[in-house]
Design a protein around this ligand. Structure first.
Ligand SMILES: NC(=O)c1ccc[n+]([C@@H]2O[C@H](COP(=O)([O-])OP(=O)(O)OC[C@H]3O[C@@H](n4cnc5c(N)ncnc54)[C@H](O)[C@@H]3O)[C@@H](O)[C@H]2O)c1
Length: 260
């Protein structure tokens, strides 16, 4: 992935978790990275830790003007945008009856509309150069359904649809659009629901362990998959969903059946 050296990337939701790991990996591969987030203090700190190839830009993905600002900043600093990683997202845990309309709309707004605004903001400079790679961070919940997370599932399936349509529209301009679908990330995302989930920890553990590779995907593994899709190493991949899920999408592992 040597081609990522000197490339310019925007990573959304990069103040912590997966986004921070993606920013770290891209900087490690020699890219210039603009980290966006709504957590300004953490974002500034992350960028400072990554050194001079990283900079933090306060950036709410739901605001079209803030997309214009971060793209302008990239062009001012480096004259180009090669990579966009649509990673920012929010979660709401709740069944149909426990999901208020505002929560459902909020998830679509951040997780799906935010990524659409991002793609729209970078296509101009990418088309002008005749190249670009857009990587959306979806979820295992972009590939299957799950009870108790209806708003998140809908927003993440929408994100995947967005990538496929954009891939078809932008392929002839040299721009690729792909989706990484992790089963894992930053547990801080579950913060507001930790108390409610406490009663289901064993069930949750079984769900995570009944995979070919048990447990959650480490953020570094997710970042590596993002870097692959961002780089020319994946030059003929577009509209692809890349699960980073320990084989969860392959099927359910039954421990007893491995002894038959
Ligand atoms: N945590 C998991 O278990 C898990 C599993 C599968 C997929 N994912 C996906 O991975 C990605 C990263 O999540 P994470 O696990 O690192 O969780 P996280 O909560 O640590 O990261 C999400 C980041 O997005 C930022 N953000 C929220 N709203 C924003 C907005 N309007 N504008 C800009 N930034 C905003 C948050 O401040 C945060 O830094 C997300 O797309 C998430 O859906 C997470």
């Amino acid at each position: 992935m040597k081609d990522l050296e000197q490339k310019v990337a925007i990573v959304t939701g990069a103040a912590r978790g997966t986004g921070a790991a993606v920013a770290r990996r891209l900087v490690g591969l020699g890219s210039h990275v603009l980290l966006g987030d709504v957590r300004h203090e953490a974002g500034e700190k992350r960028a400072a830790e990554l050194g001079e190839r990283a900079s933090y830009v306060p950036h709410d993905v739901t605001k079209a003007q803030e997309w214009e600002r971060i793209v302008e900043r990239a062009l001012e600093l480096h004259g180009r945008v090669d990579v966009l990683v649509n990673n920012a997202a929010v979660l709401h845990l709740g069944t149909i009856e426990n999901t208020p309309e505002e929560a459902f709309r909020r998830l679509l707004e951040v997780n799906t509309v935010g990524a659409f605004l991002g793609i729209r903001a970078v296509v101009g400079p990418m088309r002008a150069r005749g190249s670009g790679s857009i990587v959306n961070v979806g979820s295992i919940d972009s590939l299957t359904g799950m009870n108790g997370i209806i708003a998140y599932c809908a927003s993440k399936w929408g994100l995947r649809g967005l990538a496929k349509a954009a891939a078809l529209e932008l392929g002839r301009s040299g721009i690729r659009v792909n989706t990484v679908c992790p089963a894992g990330g930053n547990m801080e995302m579950y913060g507001p629901w930790m108390q409610q989930m406490a009663g289901f920890m064993e069930e949750t553990r079984t769900y995570m362990d009944n995979r070919a590779i048990p447990g959650q995907a480490p953020v570094e593994a997710i970042a590596e998959a993002v870097a692959f899709l961002a780089s020319d190493a994946s030059s003929h991949c577009t509209g692809v969903d890349l699960p980073v899920d320990g084989g969860a999408h392959a099927g359910c592992f039954l421990p007893g059946f491995n002894t038959l």
